[in-house]
Design a protein around this ligand. Structure first.
Ligand code: SF4
Length: 213
């Protein structure tokens, strides 16, 4: 069992309802999407092959109970499932962040799924797998990355159409450097939208272009 791994690092979780917590990130190589504003293009091809045991050894070394598996697109690699299995068995709290095009139905129910629904501004709207909405529950999170007012209106429409706020936690995240978080916050307040504004906290704590944070 092996995985193509781009990087493993220990940092402050910058997104989701877990923002602010120390977390170990396992970033897997490769992605099947090409979001216009992607900030991890270096994960498309770069990486080394590690066994699941080697990944676990690196995770354990950080002595942190929270682990996020991300990418790239982590669900492209079958052996992500045995990795998750082992992490859960060892008592870790496990998050997985996925771009929303691949089926999440096969994931262990205890994993917290952070699932993107790609707005028009990403250029990947046509890749959303809406069947995934059958597999999310209250611990899971749907993330809309919003570049402009058109994306915001689209996300609001998806929330209403699929009654998202009733079954899952909804995150709205402005595209860094394109939409000011305050503007997005003001839209959410004006509409009394039951969504959580999130910023990419790590980009404010460290250099926004820095890897491994
Ligand atoms: S899904 Fe994530 S890693 Fe893939 S292109 Fe989109 S932002 Fe980049």
């Amino acid at each position: 069992m092996s995985l193509r791994v781009n990087e493993i690092f220990y940092s402050i979780q910058g997104e989701s309802t877990y923002a602010g917590r120390p977390c170990v990130f396992v970033r897997l190589t490769a992605c099947n999407l090409r979001c216009r504003w992607c900030d991890t293009e270096y994960a498309f091809y770069e990486g080394e092959t590690l066994t699941v045991e080697q990944v676990l050894e690196q995770v354990r070394a950080h002595k942190c109970p929270l682990v996020e598996i991300t990418g790239g697109e982590p669900l492209l690699q079958e052996d992500v499932h045995p990795l998750i299995d082992r992490l859960l068995a060892e008592g870790y709290e496990v998050l997985i962040e996925t771009g929303g095009s691949l089926d999440v139905g096969g994931l262990y129910p205890r994993v917290v799924k952070i699932l993107d629904l790609n707005a028009p501004g990403s250029g990947m709207e046509h890749r959303n797998n809406l069947d995934n909405l059958r597999y999310v529950d209250r611990k899971d999170q749907i993330k809309f990355v919003v570049a402009d007012r058109r994306d915001y209106e689209w996300a609001k429409g998806m929330m209403a159409e699929h009654a998202l706020a009733e079954k899952v936690q909804v995150l709205f995240s402005p595209v860094f450097g394109e939409l000011h978080p305050r503007e997005l916050g003001e839209w959410i307040l004006a509409d009394r939208l039951p969504a959580r504004l999130q910023i990419q906290l790590h980009k404010y704590l460290w250099d926004p272009d820095q890897r491994g944070v």
